[in-house]
Design a protein around this ligand. Structure first.
Ligand SMILES: Cc1ncc(COP(=O)(O)O)c(C=O)c1O
Length: 399
């Protein structure tokens, strides 16, 4: 496909065509699983010549990948207009830590939203601190006010929108504008929206991160992460990631490519079902607030409607009074919702969430205990019946 034509095609088409190169697959539709460590050379001269060349998209040694990994990385890049390239990681957390290490040095300061995924917080306050990088936490709703937090040593601003657990939607354009005015690098954990609902590079983000474990893989059976970036940051991201020895197995990359092809239809279904269930929860007296970015209860929902092309399937709700025992009664009796970490698979999940234990820059105030839901691909009537029975158990427990 000519690059001019490629620029103009719709996202749904791009999801089908992205990353597929006949010279890698010889015409096989999905990239075959090329497992490799050693790559054999014909001669010393051949080996030396190869070592002297750029290894991007060139077989060199297993850690630099094979067409199986390149196909997924390229497909993710093609979903981000304006991006240069993508590096793959064995988990979302590995992607986050490599992205941060690629842009920060001792003496730098990082700004993190108070709503950030807890392991991202832990990496910053633990390992980054050990290496002389300080972190300050900001109110995720700070918007343009971030300019007042930027100090002499501030080097990077990290965003996650909506925030893990509590779903505040950040004013990314305002934060990006403030960062650009001071030459500060911006990073976004875009796992919830994916490039389909928030094309991060086009919106001015420098490094966009996906826990591909969630919607890209989509079937709860592989761990995977990615960082997609611009020409300005690609070489430092790549060399840092090589130095860290980051590589994804061909089998997991294959599962990522396979999942990606159906991510659009899955996301549309997750999004529609999640909104229907969120709206139903809002009608229930046992529920105080529903933290779904498309609903008014959710802080920043006006920004969501302005900036996002759609919503995925993860949201939360706050119970109206009651205590943990009532919440446990609700959760333990659920039949269709599984209980476990992660999200983005085909199956629904429900987990208790307690953000007050995590926050440092803001306080979490809630009318009662809270629950996070990942809405899968089941029938919404069945899921609502399961939740209705759960809310009855909560009420019976005195909630
Ligand atoms: C918002 C967000 N970012 C990153 C991650 C980390 O991804 P992984 O579990 O693949 O390390 C998660 C995992 O739950 C997440 O929810």
């Amino acid at each position: 496909m000519s690059s001019e034509h490629a620029k103009n095609i719709e996202t749904a088409t791009r999801l089908v065509t992205a990353g597929r190169r006949k010279e890698w697959t010889q015409g096989i539709v999905n990239p075959p699983v090329w497992r490799a460590s050693t790559i054999l050379y014909d001669s010393v001269a051949d080996m030396r010549a190869n070592a002297a060349r750029d290894t991007h998209h060139r077989l060199f040694y297993g850690r630099r990948g094979t067409p199986t990994q390149w196909a997924l990385a390229d497909a993710l890049t093609e979903l981000e207009p304006g991006a240069e390239a993508t590096f793959l990681y064995p988990s979302g957390v590995a992607a986050i830590s490599a992205a941060l290490l690629s842009v920060l040095s001792p003496g730098d300061e990082l700004l993190l939203p108070d709503s950030v995924y807890d392991p991202t917080r832990g990496f910053a306050t633990g390992m980054l601190k050990r290496f002389g990088i300080e972190t300050r936490f900001y109110d995720p709703l700070i918007g343009a006010g971030i300019a007042d937090m930027i100090g002499e040593n501030t080097r990077a601003i990290f965003m996650e929108s909506p925030g893990s657990l509590t779903f505040e939607v950040q004013d990314i354009p305002a934060i990006v504008a403030a960062a650009k005015a001071r030459g500060i690098v911006t990073l976004l954990d875009n796992t919830w929206a994916t490039p389909l609902y928030f094309p991060a590079i086009e919106k001015g983000i420098d490094l966009t991160i996906l826990a591909c474990t969630k919607y890209v893989v989509g079937h709860s059976d592989a761990m995977l992460g990615s960082v997609t970036t611009t020409a300005q940051y690609w070489h430092q991201l790549r060399s840092t990631s090589f130095a860290l020895g980051q590589v994804v197995s061909a089998d997991d990359a294959y599962l990522g490519s396979r999942g990606l092809r159906t991510m659009g239809v899955r996301l549309a279904h997750h999004g529609k079902s999640a909104l229907e269930i969120a709206q139903w929860l809002k009608t229930r007296p046992e529920v105080a607030r529903v933290l779904h970015p498309a609903l008014d209860d959710c802080p920043g929902s006006d920004i969501f409607h302005r900036d996002f092309k759609g919503a995925s399937g993860l949201f939360a709700f706050v119970l109206n009074g009651g205590d943990d025992a009532g919440r446990v009664a609700l959760l333990d009796g659920l039949e269709l919702f599984g209980m476990g970490y992660s999200w983005g698979g085909f199956e629904s999940l429900a987990t208790p969430m307690d953000p007050d234990r995590i926050r440092t820059a803001t306080t979490w105030q809630a009318e009662g205990p809270a629950i996070r839901l990942q809405i899968g691909l089941e029938d919404t009537g069945d899921l609502i019946a399961d939740l209705a029975a759960g809310l009855d158990r909560f009420a019976a427990a005195g909630g």
